[in-house]
Design a protein around this ligand. Structure first.
Ligand code: TMP
Length: 217
């Protein structure tokens, strides 16, 4: 009982943004900060995060030799990984009162497969609803950065199929897509300038999350 009192209310936070926007660094800083405040924090990354999800990730990111994947197959694979992650990790963590921080979630499918690859966004939304059983983040932080700057930040060796195999216009559409999604749902999204200094950005994120957690109590 003491543990659940201390835990406070659960919260599902997702981080979105173009490749190289610094999501993983900011997620690590936020997780550390919340843990030192006594919260249980579960971090997940998409695609992956479960044994099945990691296998799907290897296909999607072309680990061990890239295989061509049609955008519709891409969308289904990302959502298969997501369905497993929601069922096995995210829902149980939220039920315990944890803060779940996701390095990408369903909005990445809308931005990459929808805005980027041109699949119909409304059809993707239906698929996502099915995969997630309707679970959506309480708060989504967009680390906004021009696609060009994001790609320049990533070194050749840690580039994925999505960074290697698509042109600059694709990544520009993805960046624009994220901004449109944020503008359409301002109650859930906060847009942050990912080119800001790391410490200042971390402080801004900590403040936003603090306010959101206080509002949920
Ligand atoms: P990351 O591990 O660097 O975030 O790489 C994941 C890549 O997969 C990234 O380029 C974005 C892409 N992606 C999609 O295209 N659709 C999705 O639904 C997700 C979660 C990621």
């Amino acid at each position: 009982v003491a543990a659940s009192n201390e835990a406070g209310s659960s919260m599902f936070i997702s981080f979105e943004g173009p490749d190289g926007s610094g999501k993983s660094t900011q997620i690590a800083l936020l997780a550390e900060q919340l843990r030192s405040a006594g919260r249980e924090v579960v971090t997940v990354r998409e695609p992956g995060g479960t044994p099945a999800g990691e296998k799907i990730r290897a296909i999607l990111l072309g680990e061990g030799g890239a295989v061509p994947v049609d955008p519709r197959a891409d969308a289904l694979l990302f959502n298969a990984s997501r369905a497993q992650l929601v069922a096995d990790v995210i829902e149980p963590a939220l039920a315990r009162g944890a803060v779940v921080i996701a390095d990408r979630f369903a909005d990445s499918t809308l931005a990459y497969q929808g805005y980027g690859s041109g699949l119909p966004v409304e059809e993707l939304r239906g698929m996502i609803r099915f995969a997630t059983a309707g679970r959506t983040p309480d708060l989504t932080l967009l680390l906004d950065l021009s696609a060009e700057r994001g790609l320049a930040r990533k070194s050749g060796s840690n580039r994925t199929r999505f960074e290697e195999g698509f042109d600059a216009a694709f990544h520009e559409r993805v960046a624009t897509g994220f901004r449109s999604l944020a503008a359409a749902e301002p109650a859930r999204w906060r847009v942050l300038d990912a080119s800001a200094e790391q410490g200042a950005l971390a402080a801004e994120i900590a403040q936003i999350v603090h306010v959101a957690l206080s509002a949920k109590r």
